[in-house]
Design a protein around this ligand. Structure first.
Ligand code: VTB
Length: 313
C-alpha cells in the first residue's frame, strides 16, 4: 500500500500545477500555460520524500526538458514510486478559458503503471456494477452498445456515449447514430471523458474512441479506484512510433489492455481543476492565496473524495 500520508502531498502537487496554468487562462498561449503547470508540478514533486520516477510524462529525455520519461523525482529517500503526470490536460481549454482543463497525476509502486508511449490509443470504457468483459474493442460498436443496453436493462436509444469530436471517429459516430444512441461530444480532455462513465452526476454510459496513450493510463488509474471497466490498445502508425513503444518495453504491440494490465497493485489518482468543469471547479485567485478543487482517489483505502483547499501563494 502506498503511504496514505503522501495523499496530501500529491494533492498539493496538482493544486500547484493547476495554479501555475491558471495564470494563463484565456491568454491564447497553450505552451506557456503548460510550461507553468510543468514547472510548478516538478518543484512540488521534488519536495516529496520518495524515490520517484516519471513513467508517463511530458515526453522523452531528448525532447522534454522537464518531467520526461525516466526522470527521477522526489528527495531520493523513502518509497520507490512511479508517477504518471499530465500537468495540464486540455491545454486548449486553458488557453481559451474553456471548461475542463485539469492538472492530473497517478502514482503506483514500482512496475505498477503501464509505460504507454505518447501515441494514440483506442479506448472503450463503461461504469461499475456491470458484468465483466461485456465490452470489447474487437466487437462492433453495435454489439458493444447492444450488450451494454441489455446489461443495463434498457434500449440502445436510452444509452449515452461520450466521444471526442474528431473526423477519425466518423465511423463510430455513424454507428451510434444508426442505433439512436445519445452522444455527448467533447472537444478535448478524454481523461475527464472516460471518468464520466463512473460519475453519478453524468449521464454518460460508455466512452468510445481514440485519444492519447498517456491519458488512457491516467483514466485507467481513476477507473481502477472507482470500479469501472476499460479496454485499450495502442495505435502505432509508423516505424518511429513502433520503436518508441518498444523502447518503453512493450513487446506485444497489438495487445488489448484491460485495467489490470495497465494498473497493478495500489494506485493514487489526483486531479485539480484549472478552469471550471464538469468534474471540478477551476482555480480561484484570492489575493495572497488561491482556492483549488481536487478529485482524490486511493485504491487501497477505497478513498474517493472531492476537496477544496485554500493554499498560500
Ligand atoms: C488526446 C486526448 C487528450 O488531446 O490526446 C487529444 O487524449 C489530442 O488529440 O485528452 P488530437 O491529436 O486529435 O488533437 C486531449 O484531448 C487533450 O490533451
Amino acid at each position: 500500500m502506498i503511504d496514505p500520508k503522501l495523499l496530501n502531498r500529491f494533492t498539493r502537487v496538482c493544486e500547484r500545477a493547476a495554479f501555475g496554468a491558471s495564470k494563463f487562462r484565456g491568454k491564447n498561449d497553450k505552451i506557456a500555460a503548460d510550461q507553468a503547470a510543468v514547472d510548478e508540478m516538478r518543484t512540488e514533486l521534488n519536495k516529496i520524500e520518495m524515490r520517484g520516477k516519471v513513467v508517463i510524462g511530458e515526453g522523452e529525455m531528448d525532447e522534454a526538458p522537464m518531467l520526461f520519461i525516466g526522470e527521477k523525482i522526489g528527495t531520493g529517500k523513502g518509497e520507490e514510486l512511479e508517477i504518471a503526470v499530465d500537468p495540464l490536460e486540455g491545454t486548449n481549454f486553458a488557453a481559451k478559458n474553456l471548461p475542463n482543463a485539469i492538472a492530473v497525476l497517478a502514482v503506483a509502486k514500482k512496475g505498477g503503471l503501464l509505460s504507454a508511449p505518447d501515441t494514440y490509443m483506442e479506448k472503450i470504457a463503461i461504469g461499475k456494477g456491470l458484468p465483466k468483459g461485456i465490452i470489447d474493442l474487437d466487437n462492433s460498436v453495435e454489439k458493444n452498445i447492444k450488450l451494454l443496453a441489455e446489461a443495463k436493462k434498457t434500449e440502445p436509444d436510452e444509452i449515452t456515449a461520450c466521444v471526442l469530436k474528431r473526423p477519425r471517429h466518423d465511423k463510430i459516430i455513424s454507428s451510434l447514430n444508426k442505433l439512436n444512441v445519445k452522444i455527448n461530444f467533447i472537444q478535448d480532455g478524454d481523461v475527464t471523458g472516460v471518468i464520466s462513465v463512473v460519475d453519478q452526476n453524468s449521464p454518460v454510459d460508455i466512452y468510445l474512441g481514440i485519444g492519447g496513450g498517456p491519458e488512457g493510463v491516467l483514466a485507467a488509474a481513476a477507473l481502477d479506484c472507482l470500479g469501472g471497466q476499460m479496454q485499450t490498445r495502442l495505435v502505432l502508425s509508423d516505424n518511429e512510433e513502433i520503436n518508441r513503444a518498444k523502447k518503453l518495453g512493450i513487446t506485444d504491440l497489438k495487445k488489448k489492455y484491460n485495467i489490470e494490465d495497465m494498473i497493478k497493485g495500489d494506485v493514487i489518482f489526483c486531479a485539480t481543476g484549472v478552469t471550471d468543469g464538469d468534474m471540478l471547479s477551476g482555480v480561484k485567485d484570492k489575493g495572497d492565496s488561491f482556492e483549488a478543487s481536487s478529485f482524490i482517489l486511493h485504491k487501497s483505502q477505497k478513498l474517493s473524495k472531492k476537496i477544496t483547499n485554500i493554499i498560500k501563494k
